[in-house]
Structures are given as C-alpha cells and as structure tokens.
Design a protein. Structure first.
Lengths: 340, 381, 340, 381
C-alpha cells in the first residue's frame, strides 16, 4: 500500500462558539479527514446531500469524491466493503441512515466486524467507525426511531459509544476514528440541534470513561445519549423539592466504566438507569445487573430502570408516552420503596 | 392454469434467456401518438375505454397527491413521499390486478392504494403519525406500506407461493424503487420467485433517484430489467410515463403469473418530480432544469393528448373527472384537518396475541400516569 | 383462501419410550403437519437430507414437497417469504441452520416479524415459528456456536422459547406452531441427543411458564436450554456438600415468568442465572435486573451471573473454558460474599 | 492501467450487455484434446510450461486434500470441507494471481491457500479446532476462510476499491459457491464492484450442491454467469474441470481488473465429489452414479492426458511431482498428529486493541481457575 498522509497536529484551538452536535460531528469528520487521508466516508446520501441529517454537509465539496461518496443503497454492502477497506489500511467512517436500517448489515457487524481481530489473533484489526443516527423523539414515522444499542453492546468485540453533547460528539468521534478497534458511534438524533459553546478542537474524557455531569447526594441517575438532558432536567426540578441528584453520563456503553459509576452509586446508595429503548433486555438490564453485582451492599433500593415500554416504538403522535421524561423520572423516584 | 383450469405446480418452461429491449417499450409517445414497430414489444394499445378508466384514475390520483403534499406543508402530516409524475407506473400497474390479487406497496405508493379503493384517511394514518398502518390489509388485499427497502418484495413472494400451494389463482404485485434494487432482499425475492415459480410481478419504479443518489451510482446495468435474466425470469424495460404500456405489459405479466407462468420483472422508467419527502432539499443534488425536462414528459398529459385526439375525452367527461378529483381532495382536506382520537393505552393491546402480565402492568402504569395528569379516563379493564 | 384441513384431535398417546430431543422435535413437526395442513416447513437442507441435525428426517417422504421443501440458500429470503405465507394463512415453520446464520434475516425478524401485529392493530398476525438450533458445546468451528437469544428476547413483539428436555421440546413446539404469535424456537444443539422416556403426544406446562425442576432451600439456579442439565448436575454435586439447590428451568425467555421465579427466589433468597452466552448484555442481565427489582429485600446477595466470558465464542479445543460447568457453578456459589 | 501506467478511476466503458455462452467455455475436452471453435470464447490454451505448473499444483493439492480427509476421519480435525474434484477451479483461479493480489476464500478453498504458499498446519488450524484462523493474512494476502456465506465477497470488493483509491494495481479474487449466490451479500458485492468498477474477480464454483440442495433448487437461471449482465459486468460460463480454461479466463479477468477495467464474474461448472464435510451423508440426496459420472470427468486426468499426449509429462517429472505430493502429505500427517499447545488465556488477548478492565478481570478469573485445577501456570501479568 502506498504511503499515506497523516498529519500529526490537530488544528489549532479556536475561540469558543455555539455549536450544535450536528455541527460538532461535521467538524470532527472534517478535521479527521484533514488529518489523515486514510479516513474515508461513505454511505447513503452522504455526498452532495450531506446526509439526511446534514452531518456530512460540505465534505464532498471539500475533499472530493475519492474521500467521500454515495454508495449503492445496501447496508450489508456498506459494512462489508468497509471491512475490506479497513483490511487494506483505510479508516472508513460509514453511515447507517437510521438504527433500523443497520439491521440488513447485522451479519457483517456481528460475524465479521466484531470478530475479525480475535479471529486473527490481532493480526487483522478493523479501524472503522459505523455512525448511526439513533433513537427517537423526532416525530419519525415507523422504523425511524428504534434504539439498537443493546444489540451492539451485547456483541463482544464491538465498542459502542453515544455522546450526549456537542463537545463529546466532536472529541469522541475523533477518538473513534483514531481507534484501532471498530466503533459503533451512535448519535442521538433528537440532540443533533442542541447547542453548547466549544472551542475546536476539543478533547474531552477518553471514550471509555463515564462522567459525572452533575453532582448530588441522594440518587445517581445513569443516563446516556438523549436521556442525559432528560436526567439533568429531572435533577433541576428535584432540587426544588430538596432531592439532590447526581447525574452520570455513561458516554460509552461498551466497555462500561464500572469505576466511575460504582463510586457514584456507593456515594448515593441509589441508582436509576434511564433509556428510551424498551426495558426488557435493554441496555439498562446490564447496567442494573452489574451495578448491583458490584455494589449490592451499598444499595438502599434496587437499581431502578426508567425505560421505554416493552412495545414497538410508537407512531409520532403517541411517542411522547414511550419516552422517559423528567416527570416520569421524578414519579419513579417517588415510589421507590418497592417490594419491601 | 393449464387448459383444464387446474393449476400445476410444475410448469416446466425453458428458462427465459433474452435481454430486454434497451429502448424502453412504449405504446404512446410523448406527443400522445400511438407507436408502432418494435418498441411496442408486441404489446397492443389497450382499448379506449380502458385508457379512459386509467386516465380518470391518474387524474384523481394526481389531485390527491397534490392535496396531500399541500397538507403536509401545512403540517397536517409528519411526512409524505409524493408520487407526482409516477402515476403511469402506479396506476398502470395496480389497475391490472383483480380484486382478489394482492398489492405490496412501499411508502411511495399511496396513490396505488387509493386506486385500490382505500379511504384517504386510512392510507394516510401512518404519515399523519397516528398509527403505523391504517387500513385493513385483508379487506383490500394490500399490505402495509413498507419502509425497510425491498423487504416487502419477499412478503409478496411468500404470499404468492402460499396461494399457489392452495391452487388459489391470485397474483401478488410489488413495487420497488430503483434504489431498493441494490438491497440484498430484492435479489432474494427475485430468486425465490423464480425458483419457486410464484405468481409475483415485480414493478421497479425507476424514478432515477434514491433520495439524492442518482441511478448511475446505484447500478451499472444498462437497464434494471437486465437483472431478470440472471434469475431466469422475463424482464421488461418500459417507458414508465406511458400508462398504456405499463398497463398492457403488467397485465400480461399478471395473467401469465396467474396461469402458472411464474414471476416477471418490469422496470418502469419515470422520474420523481417532487422532493423525496417534504424534508428533502433536491436543490443540493439535481438541477431544476432536469425536473423541467421531465415535467414536459408528464404521463397524464400524454394520455390526455391521445384521448383528445381520439375524441374520447369530451369536455363533459373532463368536467366530471375534475369534479371527482376535487371532491376527493375536499374530502381529504376535511378528514386530515380533523384530529383523530388516539388512545395511548392501545399501544399495549396489539403487540402480542397472547396477553402478557408484564405488559398489562406497564399498561396500568401508563393508565395511572394519564389519570394523574387528568388527560385520560382511568381504564376500566 | 381455500378451506384447510385442521384435525382437532392430537394423535393418541403412546406408551412411554426413550426419546431424544431431536426425536421429540421430529415427532412434534410430524404431528403438527398431520393435524393441520396449513403447517409447512422449509429452509436449507430440511428436505431429503432431513436437516443438518436430522430434525426434519423423513418428513418430506411422508408429506411431500408441497408441505416441506428445500429453499434457496438465503435466510432473509426464508423469513421474508414466511411472513408472506403467514399473511396468507399458512403456519410456516422455518429453520435457520445455526444462530449465526439467522443474522442475515435480522431485518426481517426485527422490522417485520416482531412488528406486524402491532403495526396493523392485530389485523395481521403472523403465526410462524423460526426454529434455531442454538448455542455451543458441540465442537463446532467458528460461527457455529453463537448464542443469539438476547437479540431476539430484547425485541418487543417476539416470543422466545428454549426447551431443555425432550418432553418440553415436543410440547412447546406443538404449542409454538399453534400460537398466533411468531415464536423464535431455540433448540440447544448440545442437548439434541439427550434422552428421556416420554409417551407422545405429551403436553407439558404452557409455553409462558417457568418450571421448578428440582426443589431446594438455599439457592435458586435459573437456567434455560443447555444449562438446565448443568444446573441439575451442580445441584446433585452440591447436595453432597450439604447445599440444597433449587433449579428453575426458565423455558420461555420472552415473556419471563416473574411469578414462578419470584416465588423460588423469595424462598431461597439467593439466585444465580446461568447461560452460555457472553455475560455483558446477555439474557442473564435481564434476569438479574428483574429478579432484583421485584425481590430486592428478599435477596441475601446480588443475583449472580454465571455466563460465558465477554469474548467471541472460542474454537472447539478451547470452548470448554467458555462454558458454565457444574464446577464453575459450585465455585461461584462458594465465593458469593462479594463487595460486602 | 492506462497507456502511461497510471490508473484512472473513471474508466468509462459502455456497460457489457451480452449473455455468456450457454455451453461452458473450454480449451481442453474431457479426453484431453485441445478444443477449437467458439466454445473457446476466443481464449487460447496456455503454454505447456504453464500447464505443467498447473498440473503439478493440482496433483499436490489433490494429495493434500485426500490426506486431510483421511486425517479428519481419524478424528484429527473437527471438520474438513473437501475440494476433491474442484482442483481446476481452485488452482486455475488462484494461479492467475500475482503475489501482491489478494484472495478471499471460503471454507471450501483450503487447496487454494495451499497453492498460495501457506503451510498446511496454518491452513488447518481452524478445522483442527485450535483457533479460528491460523495464517498471517497480510503476509499471504489471503483473508480468513469465510464461513458466513457470500460475506467475504464484499470484503474483496472493499479491499479492491481501497487499493484502487491508492492507485495500487492489485486485484482481489474471491470464491463463492453456487449456493452462496442466493445470499443477498453476493448481490450486493456484485453490484458494489460493478458500480465502483473495483478490480475484483468473482469465481463462482458451481459444484452443483449446497450441502444437499441441488442447483435447480438454487436458481432458475440458465447459467449462474447470466447474473453478470444485470450488474453491467462481463460474465463467463466456464468448464470448471478444465484448468486451462479456468486459468486463461481468470487470468484475463485479473489483468482486465488490474488495468482498471472493473470486475468479472466467472462461473466454473464442476462437482463436489466428496460429502459436504465429514459429517454429511450424501446418500440421502444424490445417487452414487452421479458421483461416478463426474469422477470420469476428473480435472487432473484431463490435463494429464493432454500433457502426456504432448510429450510434456515425462515419467521423471511425474515421479518428481509424486514425491513432492507425498512429501507434503507426510509433513501434513506429522504436524496434524502433534497436538498444538494452546493457551486458554489467549482467549482474552485479541478481542480488542484497547485493553478492557472487565476482560482483564475475567482473564484473571480463568487463570485462577486453571491454577486451582493445576492445569496451567499462574499467569505472570
Ligand atoms: C433498508 C433501508 N435503508 C435505508 C432506508 C432509508 N431510505 C428511505 S427511502 C430511501 C431511498 C429509496 O430510493 P428508491 O428505492 O429509489 O425509492 P424512491 O424513494 O425513489 O421511490 C432510503 C435510502 C430505508 N427506508 N430502508
Ligand atoms: C449465511 C450462512 N447460511 C448458512 C450456512 C450453512 N452452510 C454452510 S455451507 C452451506 C452450503 C453452501 O453451498 P455452496 O455455496 O454451494 O458452497 P459449497 O459448500 O458447495 O462449496 C450452508 C448452507 C452458512 N455457512 N452461512
Ligand atoms: Mg427511486
Ligand atoms: Mg456448492
């Protein structure tokens, strides 16, 4: 393979500006492509359209069709060819348009992406990133609001991350692209347009760390992606009622940061995990199970799961009932003395 | 069916092994003149009555489509994928089905469902965001509009095969987009249909785009109909803005399938005039003049020219059809402006046939929540 | 649709004979096909070969190619066409050759099989059964020993069962075929040749009930499919050491029988869940989470998970290390005072 | 590559739109006579030296295959899918590659890996049950033997496209079975390769069976090569027991791909002489006389007849080749009889590039368990 250009230095830091998560992701892709010409981007509609969520906006004009292009419409094809490209030494960053449209690629993800490195005793690594605009709450019609994270997180060999804010979105996407492991990079669609002041390039905590984003004494809320904001809102509201809530942004679903979460839970002795996905077999089950395993004698109550009902994701006019809201969180905290 | 009317499951043809005409087959040219010669592929122009029927359906469908697009812009629907300009494909294909035949549509094919007799409010229930599917599939023999691309083609093959096993002489017709032909499921559907010789007709509506991605990034085949030979089934490359050709060729395929002759792949070459959906911005990926070019190839105008030149489309008839179309548009406006009553507790009622205790508990929890918020009558169950 | 033949009566009961699980499944298919001509069977190699595990042995000779046949080699095609057949009114029973070879059908399973009934407000039901010879411990080479149950169990709309013995295999398969809900019917390959005396037709507990298969006082082992035998062996061994173990065969993974399990756990106040699949995000996480939620104040220790390591399933010569064994169970029980 | 040696990414050909010859192309008939006329497809017989080289490789590969089947029956391997009878496809195809080209094989293609220079013990590591893949993929430019059908074809397309983006003039060749062509991934691979014009060569080894399922239940196409036209790529229907044809046609496809001419689909018609694997029972689904029929079409004997008739295969040479084959067989017996040393703790070491605390803890738990059982030295880490 011919030599590649890898610029060592990241672009110099700029003054903080208000940036949406969509903008941060776009900047991360641009900077990563600029820094390393092995980074290539493809998928459905990522070229001239800039992606249905405009995350790749302007990139084809800037980098040309050999660095970012529209593929045929076939997700298994996208992931399967990305495997081959990564084997060659590229760092493909591919997009699945919605969670549910990654399912045609399930076999390539589980039987190859997750297993390649182990199969070859580390001789073949797959440095690739699979971006998935994820979850619901955007009024999407059927099949546009699934939460697929538990499928990926329960597959050994995959690294699964989900940023909740623009700074993490930038930093974690850069880190995911630099990683030698394949990363499922889940982007909570409903938070694409949420803003924060950031100076780019920003480096936040490493991809495998959870973060305490609000300190509190009485309860730990474990949230990720779209539910971090919900948890923070609940915490603000609870403060008025004299309840002090700590919020941990899990950030990375696989691996799980037992240390940060454990420290918080041992402090508050109560934890609830919050996600949009259906409760049964959802990612919260793993969180509840492992937090309990490791901190049983510190817990005053069972780990609470505040999650979607065990039903297919509802149509737009009914989705509000499926989503965890600050009210639902507070109500659940109120009735915490179960089965005593 | 064989001569004595019984259907054999072991029709043994030599596999079809010819390539479709590279020039799309057509029976009416863009000026509305009947075409002769080999571009007809040996098919003949349907009679005037049939064409008038198709014309009426297309006009009504167009008016409906325009109305729904307008309602969507007003925020009455969550989304609407328009089939403006694709009426010849949609109507030509679906009009060739019998009442007992099945249709497997995509999100794009609302007007085919309309033609099939389904009420606007029921078709649009999903796009309005009320529930995922709003019509009785068994009553209308029309499956839910499929979003996961190409998946429905396999359902059409399975249903057709089941019917065949039951010696039930029905046909299943499914629509696919040009983009959807790239999916693995399209391939598997073509192959299962051909191997099992199921009575399935595949209509590929090649409207040149998959959202923003143009055909040349989707395939390198000369025509999408060229794929048929690789499955040993007949393929037809058809002018998809010529409803006469779409109808005649689909009808022949449907009857061939019904008679036990197996599946057919028909590519209708057309164009998506509107954005992919209301949230799309086509200025990013195509030139307005391309759209204008295709607007000058309008399928309704083409047929209209022919029918007028034949003296078949009188002013009275035209007025009658306009009335029908406007009536439907008004009715659509009306139902789509009224809010549907939705019961959030119904979210739990259809997930399983066999009741689940855990789900009943979740239902009760939501009921309590709604009652506490005062937005819902406490549930009696 | 033309009339169908549905024989009401099941064949008369025979005298008990030693039957393998494979034999019981074969008999169930035969009896179901005999009782209802809407029952059709297809998949890869199910015809003349009788399936790679011979579960469909002899059925094509008996029922002909219109009732049971070999399909083209494409799993999405198999599930997708089965959906259409079920819509027509058939009761397709299809086979995925191994867990990992069901992955190409993932989209059809999750986006259609699981959702059809809900989408149509119950107007379209899909009475179909997807048989999956599952899990490992048979010395299979790569991709032949995955445990896929958590993918299915975490998908709302699917019913997921896994018998552990010949009688349940027969009874539950009959029930699954009779069910109006789509059922993922998982068959633990390593138990195909285990025998029990049964008089056919046998009717065991309904598909949604767990069963206490051994009573005990000190600990509840929650097992399913292949690990039920392992748990029973551990219980026998523990008895010599004075530890009284209750074993619950979960039988059905979705829905979960909270009642039976809860009663057992409240009695013993300790529970461990045992499965072959990797621990992280495995089905055991849901079991641990919900058992804890519902019985927290009855638990003397956290629910223990005795599961596979979080690695891709090993090659044949190393698989023994991945599998829960009676020894590993006993060792885990020994060191139960964690994190106190 | 264009005339000046640089590769253009925008080679614009008219899409190929002809059907392959229905009669398989061949250069040598079953009696070992050189063929002339249109069944050669315009390809010419490779020179004698090349044919001798292919002969040697086939004889060695056959001996290896027979040896491994025997070892499997003795229980030294967990499983072994034999390619007995398919040597012309396997060797003809793989011998046409350069050292720098990549091979994407299936479980069936061990002898292709052998021909590529990989040591028997490394090829067989997975079938012996030691580890999932035993050779250095980058060193030999050979991917792991794929079990999930057709999935590797996409890897071949991706790798080829990456190389093309780098102006690296290599080719990726992948094998597929007849059964595997039914999978969605085969379709997606063909399509991506054609649309992107990647330097990929697809060799469909049509050995007539997918485990027990015969070709006619897999496809209704007249030939599997007929699929190519639906992707706008050239397709060749070849006598897969004629190594001369397989080599000549694959070589042409490889060089066309290398020059920027895009992918090719080649179907080699052959036969699986052995059971699918050692655990299969072919008596359930095919007649012994069919196998006998195909044994009389043995690819090695065919070439041998030709080479003998040409006077190229001397007794000395034959003896030398036999020696080489026997030497390899002996060496294979030897390495496969020795037990490999396996470290269970390595199970944790390659799952991720970035170490994980939870996995380290599980590793430690297993280490402790092994230490307690006395079967393993306590781990130093
Ligand atoms: C499996 C899958 N992948 C992606 C999508 C997202 N998507 C919806 S429509 C569309 C384009 C489809 O194009 P085409 O098949 O040509 O149909 P058209 O919209 O033009 O009618 C895409 C990519 C989807 N619905 N399903
Ligand atoms: C996706 C997938 N489905 C099923 C299988 C199980 N399986 C292994 S080999 C085989 C038959 C393959 O036939 P073919 O492609 O003709 O290759 P051959 O074995 O004849 O070389 C099957 C069904 C698999 N490996 N992968
Ligand atoms: Mg289109
Ligand atoms: Mg084969």
């Amino acid at each position: 393979m011919t030599a590649t250009v890898t610029k060592d230095a990241r672009p110099e830091a700029s003054a903080p500006t208000q940036l949406t998560m969509a903008g941060a992701l776009n900047a991360a892709l641009r900077d990563a492509m600029d820094a390393d010409d092995r980074v290539i981007v493809y998928g459905e509609d990522v070229g001239p359209l800039g992606g249905v969520f405009r995350i790749t906006d302007g990139l084809q004009a800037e980098f040309g069709e050999e660095r970012i292009w529209d593929s045929p419409l076939a997700e298994s094809g996208i992931i399967g060819t990305a495997i081959g490209m990564a084997m060659y030494g590229m760092r493909p960053v591919v997009e699945m348009q919605f969670d549910a449209f990654s399912y045609p690629a399930f076999e390539q993800m589980v039987s190859h992406v997750a297993k390649m490195r182990n199969r070859t005793k580390g001789r073949v690594t797959l440095p690739m990133v699979v971006r998935i605009p994820c979850a619901g709450a955007i009024g999407g019609v059927e099949h546009h609001s699934d939460s697929s994270e538990s499928y990926w997180a329960s597959t050994p060999g995959l690294t699964v991350v989900m940023p909740s804010n623009p700074a993490d979105a930038y930093s974690m996407l850069r880190e995911a692209i630099d990683s030698d492991d394949p990363v499922v990079f889940m982007e909570p669609k409903s938070r694409y347009w949420s803003k924060a002041p950031i100076a780019l390039p920003v480096t936040t905590a490493p991809m495998d760390r959870a973060e305490v984003v609000r300190t509190g004494d009485d309860v730990t809320l474990l949230a990720y992606g779209p539910t971090v904001r919900t948890a923070l809102e609940a915490a603000d509201a609870a403060e008025h009622e004299g309840l002090s809530i700590e919020v941990v942004d899990l950030r990375t679903l696989s691996p799980f940061d037992d240390e940060t979460v454990g420290a918080s839970v041992r402090k508050t002795s109560r934890a609830a995990v919050i996600h949009e996905a259906a409760q049964f077999g959802g990612y919260g089950a793993e969180v509840a199970a492992r937090v309990t395993e490791r901190n049983f004698h510190h817990l005053a109550a069972p780990v609470l799961r505040i999650a979607g009902f065990d039903i297919p994701y509802p149509s737009p006019k009914l989705e509000e009932h499926q989503l965890p809201t600050p009210d639902r969180i507070l109500a659940a905290l109120d009735t915490w003395e179960w089965d005593a | 069916m064989s001569h004595d009317g019984t259907m054999s499951l072991n029709v043994e043809h030599a596999p079809t092994r010819t390539l479709p005409s590279e020039k799309p087959l057509r029976l009416l040219d863009n000026a509305g003149h009947a075409v002769t010669g080999h571009t007809t592929g040996g098919f003949s122009l349907p009679d005037t009555e049939t064409l008038l029927g198709l014309y009426r359906k297309m006009v009504v469908a167009r008016r409906f489509d325009v109305q729904v697009t307008a309602l969507t812009k007003q925020g009455r629907l969550a989304t609407y994928p328009s089939a403006y300009g694709q009426e010849a494909c949609e109507i030509g294909a679906v009009a060739s089905l019998d009442r007992a035949d099945w249709l497997f549509p995509t999100y794009r094919d609302s007007i085919a469902l309309l033609t099939r007799g389904i009420a606007p409010a029921d078709i649009l229930q999903s796009f309005r965001g009320d529930w995922h599917n709003g019509y009785d599939q068994h009553e209308f023999r029309a499956a839910a509009q499929a979003t996961p691309l190409a998946t429905q083609a396999l359902h059409a093959v399975g249903l057709a095969h089941a019917a065949r096993l039951r010696r039930d002489p029905i046909v299943a017709l499914t629509f696919l987009g040009d983009g959807a032909t790239s999916e693995g499921d399209a391939h598997e559907a073509f192959n299962f249909a051909a191997v099992w010789q199921t009575p399935t007709v595949f209509i590929v509506q090649n409207n040149q785009f998959a959202i923003s991605v143009p055909l040349e990034k989707q395939t390198r085949a000369a025509t999408l109909a060229d794929k048929a030979v690789g499955y040993g089934m007949p393929g037809f490359h058809v002018d998809g803005n010529d409803v006469a050709a779409m109808y005649a060729i689909t009808h022949a395929a449907v009857e061939r399938a019904r008679a036990g002759g197996g599946p057919t792949l028909i590519e209708g070459v057309t164009y998506r005039i509107e954005p992919h959906t209301n949230s799309d911005d086509p200025s990013r990926y195509r030139a307005a003049r391309d759209v204008e070019h295709w607007k000058r190839r309008d399928p309704i105008e083409r047929l209209e020219k022919y029918l007028v030149s034949e003296g078949a489309l009188t002013e009275t008839l035209r007025a009658e059809i306009t009335d029908e179309a406007e009536g439907l548009a008004a009715a659509t406006r009306e139902v789509m402006t009224a809010e549907a009553e939705l019961d959030p507790l119904e979210l739990f009622d259809h997930v399983y046939a066999r009741p689940r205790a855990a789900l009943a508990a979740q239902r009760a929890a939501l009921a309590a929540e709604l009652a506490a918020a005062g937005t819902h009558q406490e549930d009696a169950r």
